[in-house]
Design a protein. Structure first.
Lengths: 152, 152
DNA sequence: CAATATCACCGTACTTTTTGCGGCATCCGA
DNA sequence: TCGGATGCCGCAAAAAGTACGGTGATATTG
């Protein structure tokens, strides 16, 4: 079994904080030789526990400083498969969840500014997805992660 | 001014997809010498455009496969500063936004399972933050990022 | 308009890190 | 108790990252 033990967890934590740390450096913290740390990381990646090495970027630098949530009820006749496809492709959509409650989907957007919301909604509408929707703006975010551009 | 030109953007994209790509490899794609790519990355990090090198982890491996949104209205007498402090510290909270609309905060949680929601709400309550709340479960997520553990 | 300063890039030499692999101890199952 | 696996180690080779002086283009200024 691929268990992810205490040491793996510590390694993951260190990599999450700074994935450029050297194997020797990490090895020091977990009391393992560099080659052993390497082997563990290799296994974590191979088993899919670590999905990818990446960078976290300042949203403002990418013109995506504005965070917006949109509750969506799809049209009765909407092609739900096509909608999911659209959601996965559109770079403005950071998250999209099928949710409990009165609405069917919750979409999280990252946009340049609030004026871009209108364009997004009109895109949804012209693709015949949109029944009703409700938009919520994030005014400030005590806890927020940076952006990580979607994989190609 | 720190502009982030076309080339920087491409570099960022490549690093986002795989931050372990070699400078030589990246250099090939943007037609720059390794040392030049290095210099650009150094500047992107120094200027804060790239916030950190990190890893994206499978939520399930960290026992955080369940995504939950909680609308929160703070108690009238709640210490808002303390609440923000709490939100920033609690590892269960992935995001916390002050939002427009009927509720004051929108919190995104990553938990082991739905049963952990109750515990979270009771924590909020016993810290005297909670006025009213409404919980929304994510059933499935067409678009979802992996977890990136908060920095220490 | 010419002299000069600045900037980004390049190539090379140097250092550090990663990677591959044989060998060894330990733990488990037969 | 006897394999057999598993995880770790250390070393050597390969690769990657880093530092830096030099160069040409572009911008600045007298």
């Amino acid at each position: 079994m691929s268990s992810v033990d205490k040491i793996d967890l510590k390694i993951i934590e260190m990599l999450a904080a700074d994935s450029r740390r050297s194997l020797a450096d990490i090895g020091n913290s977990v009391d393992l030789a560099p080659s052993s740390v390497n082997e563990r990381i290799r296994r974590l990646v191979a088993s899919g526990v670590i999905r990818r090495f990446t960078v976290e970027v300042d949203p403002a630098a990418l013109d995506r400083a504005t965070q917006i949530y949109v509750w969506v009820a799809l049209r009765e006749d909407a092609d739900e498969g096509a909608f999911r496809e659209f959601a996965g492709t559109d770079p403005r959509i950071e998250e999209c969840h099928h949710v409990t409650g009165a609405w069917s989907y919750l979409i999280k957007l990252r946009l340049k500014d609030v004026s871009a919301v209108e364009e997004f909604l009109s895109d949804l509408k012209s693709a015949n997805f949109l029944g009703r929707s409700e938009t919520v703006l994030a005014l400030s975010s005590p806890v927020e992660a940076g952006v990580i551009p979607k994989g190609a």
